[in-house]
Write a protein that binds this ligand. Structure first.
Ligand code: SF4
Length: 403
């Protein structure tokens, strides 16, 4: 695939020396926490529930980002809200649009406490009939999966619930996915329905290492009176934090994806090193007991295709054996290269042979079409501004992709 960047709508800007926000953000709070915050700011307790209802509607249904636009709220109250709270979304540092319509945003969040502003990447993938937003849960990652670019960036910090929800709000704003908003001319989006119809917690970071914030963000995203995303359209992808998997099903109730990538502990210890702590047998046991599992609610197993590493037909046979009894779908991901990556993508013929074998065993095994490779937005390629790619690296990657 060629590696020409279609166009960058917003040019990168140097990091700002942003000050820590002094007003509390209302984004991402539960209704109860929002009511408490309003009462603490001086709003009468008997009004709190109604005010929360109003704010919820403006923030999450209308997509308003300024208290001044909340038209059914009195001027005095708008002023009080603006004095005590903020509803800021992330700053868009850069927006890149792939030739295939995939969009990648580099978002910046202000400093928290004594920290510094942080940057993360979020990706939008439009397809016929659906638009998927790949959301980040952490800045960097503590894990070091060897096929993943994010894994080379040390963890900076966890994202707050409002910062996770803010990625969805900003994406919808940029796409014109709120009432009365216009979609940018020429944008590639689904022909009908919501422009962001699905969310995958599959961006930067291990979501189960930021459990409480991710759970809170998902509760806000799936609230029926607000952003109203069905939990069947939210998928959380984990590298295999076994002790948290059951809780995820019980408390979040979302679809589950597992970054599997290998069928033996020996290889998975290298590709997904958390396997040393939670080996494959334990991971499979947790999957078998995932609450709500059925043929209609299958677990997705992600399997990156690495030439000569995990792509033999023996691997495919072992994969089928491993998944026996688990309602599952296997996503085969052609490896997306990044600068310095130690792997090559499997040959296309081999990927197809692998897929056929798994398919004949009764498992759906789609080969994921690489999306947004030209803007380094494909699976496993994300990494944030704090360790931006040097020009030489970009050229090396472009050459690798073109090959
Ligand atoms: S695959 Fe996920 S868990 Fe592993 S290093 Fe990348 S971001 Fe972290």
């Amino acid at each position: 695939m060629s590696a020409a960047i279609d166009h960058a709508v917003l040019a990168p800007r140097p990091p700002a020396a942003a000050a820590a926000p002094s007003r509390r953000s209302l984004l991402g709070l539960s209704r109860e926490a929002m009511a408490t915050a309003l009462v603490e700011a001086g709003i009468p307790e008997r009004q709190a529930k109604m005010r929360v209802q109003q704010l919820w509607h403006w923030l999450y249904v209308r997509g308003v980002k300024d208290f001044a636009d909340m038209r059914n709220v009195s001027k005095d109250l708008r002023q009080l809200l603006a004095e005590h709270f903020e509803i800021e979304r992330p700053e868009i540092v850069e927006e890149q649009i792939s030739v295939d319509g995939t969009r990648k945003w580099l978002f910046r969040f202000p400093a928290r406490g004594a920290g510094r502003p942080v940057e993360i990447e979020t990706v939008y993938i439009p397809e016929e009939g659906r638009g998927t937003l790949c959301v980040s849960s952490q800045v960097g990652c503590t894990l070091t999966c060897t096929f993943c670019h994010t894994g080379t960036q040390r963890l900076v910090r966890n994202l707050e619930p409002g910062e996770i929800v803010g990625q969805l709000l900003t994406a919808r704003e940029r796409l014109g996915d709120f009432p009365d908003a216009a979609t940018p001319q020429g944008a590639i989006v689904p022909s009908e329905g919501r422009l962001v119809s699905n969310v995958v917690m599959m961006g930067m970071g291990e979501p189960l290492y930021n459990y409480d914030n991710v759970a809170q963000a998902i509760a806000v995203m799936s609230d029926g009176d607000g952003l109203a995303l069905s939990k069947r359209r939210i998928t959380l992808s984990t590298s295999g934090v076994v002790p948290m998997i059951g809780r995820t099903g019980e408390e979040m109730g979302v679809m589950l994806a597992i970054s599997l990538h290998a069928v033996t502990d020996e290889l998975r210890n290298v590709l997904v090193p958390i396997n040393k702590k939670y080996p494959i047998a334990e991971l499979m046991e947790a999957c078998r007991s995932y609450p709500g599992l059925s043929n209609a609610r299958r677990i997705t197993f992600e399997y990156v295709m690495l030439k000569g590493v995990n792509d033999s037909l023996d691997d495919a046979r072992q994969l089928v054996k491993l998944l026996r009894g688990i309602p599952a779908k296997i996503n085969l991901i052609p490896f997306n290269p990044w600068p310095g990556s130690p792997y090559e993508c499997s040959d296309w013929d081999q990927i197809e042979r692998f897929a056929d074998l798994v398919n004949q065993a009764g498992y759906a095994s789609p080969i994921r079409t690489p999306r947004g490779r030209d803007i380094f937005a494909a699976c496993g390629q994300l990494k944030s501004e704090s360790e931006r790619m040097k020009k030489g690296d970009r050229l090396a990657l472009a050459a690798a992709v073109a090959e």
